[in-house]
Design a protein around this ligand. Structure first.
Ligand code: ADP
Ligand code: MG
Length: 412
């Protein structure tokens, strides 16, 4: 379906066209009409399906310009990176409108955010903590909110934001239109939806459509100590090689390498640098400014290799991504889906490579159980024979010699 068929304002259709989109994605096709009709909407769709525009376009269409701005739409999202992305999307699709958008998130000074609020905002994108802070300081007026969006509801609950969401819901007039998006529908999400939504239109896009359909997955089974070499030679050929470097910057292929831990990310970052590659690294210990800088450079193609932990990469919108490398298998099988879902987005094909050593077989089998299929093996000079009939050895927890101490919490 084409965007102009919805009957949204011309200025919005033109902005979408300028962004390079012609056809809607399925979630956009299904969510935009009921939102325009004023219905509450519960949308379930995995990452990369285009949910942001699915709520941003009808909101931009429905919020009327006023000389004196008042917040008419509030979008809550779990992380600052996501908040900034959504904010950028509103600016992009609203470029020909006179609406004002503000963005509030923690981990940054309040000054600039307060300035935005003082100038006035029609649309407010925020993470829960900072919003509550500024609301309680009397800096935000939510009495005119008409649209309330909860983006990534499942993540929001995972991150413990339920009390904050309930609190914020109390700040908003009860007569508002509520839109909730989630990648998964657990019992907690369902309960929250029951509480907040009124007679919602429920939209579900391809629940079975695992990233497997748009991502070519590869498994590289090798020794732990060979992983660096496998990764480095891949990156040297595919990313740092002349075939890629000679392309115009915008067309160059790029890769994200996921590690399970912050320390792993730092170590790998160094190892890649030592091999003459030019990686950037993001994880929870990097400051907000550093993360934003790094992401900007990655998005614009100045850097082509990003090393990241799961949490740091959560929900990131990197429009063009060619390769996802799993340096190690994630603790949670779900994260495998999130990781490889970074590529193969919005109709483009992507590639993922997962490095697995013997110690990780247990995790591999859990991922494959979730996928409902085996990840096809990919041969490299370092590959070892993987015999799936051998049950993984469940490690004895007590008798580790090298690590007498317990792992710390909060490794991300
Ligand atoms: P989600 O919130 O579902 O994870 P996003 O809204 O972040 O997905 O969009 C994922 C990617 O798809 C972004 O790079 C976005 O620019 C792109 N995109 C969104 N809508 C379309 C469209 N109609 N056609 C092509 N690309 C799109
Ligand atoms: Mg999203």
């Amino acid at each position: 379906m084409r965007f102009k068929e919805f009957g949204i304002k011309k200025d919005i259709v033109n902005a979408v066209r300028k962004a390079g989109y012609e056809e809607t994605t399925p979630i956009q096709e299904q969510a935009i009409p009921p939102i325009m009709e004023g219905r509450d909407v519960l949308g379930l769709a995995q990452t990369g399906t285009g949910k942001t525009a699915a709520f941003a376009l009808p909101i931009l269409n429905g919020v009327e310009f006023r000389k004196r701005p008042r917040v008419r739409a509030l979008i809550l999202t779990p992380t600052r990176e996501l908040a900034i992305q959504i904010f950028d999307n509103f600016k992009k699709y609203g470029r020909y409108l006179d609406l004002r958008t503000a963005c509030l998130y923690g981990g940054a000074k309040k000054g600039k955010q307060l300035e935005q609020l003082k100038r006035g905002a029609d649309i407010l994108v925020a993470t829960p903590g900072r919003l509550i802070d500024l609301y309680q300081e009397g800096m935000v007026d939510l009495n005119s909110v008409e649209y309330f969006v909860l983006d990534e509801a499942d993540r929001m609950l995972d991150m413990g934001f339920l009390p904050d969401v309930k609190k914020i819901n109390e700040y908003i007039p009860p007569k508002r239109q509520m839109i909730m998006f989630s990648a998964t529908m657990g019992r907690d999400v369902e309960k929250l939806a029951d509480k907040l939504l009124r007679d919602p239109v429920k939209i579900q896009v391809d629940p079975e459509n695992r990233p497997a359909d748009t991502v070519d997955q590869h498994l590289i089974y090798c020794k732990g100590e060979d992983k660096d070499q496998v990764l480095i030679s891949f990156l040297q050929t595919e990313i740092a090689g002349p075939d890629n470097q000679d392309l115009p910057r915008k067309e160059r292929k790029n890769a994200i390498v996921f590690t399970r831990t912050k320390r792993g990310a730092d170590r790998l970052d160094k190892a890649l640098k030592k091999a003459g590659l030019n990686p950037a690294c993001i994880h929870g210990d990097k400051t907000q400014g550093q993360r934003k800088d790094t992401l900007d450079r990655f998005r614009t193609g100045q850097m082509l290799i990003l090393v990241a932990t799961d949490v740091a990469a959560r929900g990131l919108d990197i429009p063009k991504l060619n390769f996802v490398f799993n340096y190690d298998l994630p603790d949670e099988a779900d994260n495998y889906i999130h990781r490889i879902g970074r590529t193969g987005r919005a109709g483009q094909r992507g590639n993922s490579y997962t490095l697995c050593c013997q110690d990780e077989l247990d995790r591999l089998y859990q991922v494959e159980k979730l996928l409902g299929e085996q990840i096809p093996e990919f041969e490299t000079p370092c590959s070892e024979v993987l015999d799936r009939s051998i049950k993984p050895q469940v490690k004895e927890k007590k008798k580790t010699e090298r690590k007498p101490y317990r792992r710390k919490r909060g490794r991300y």
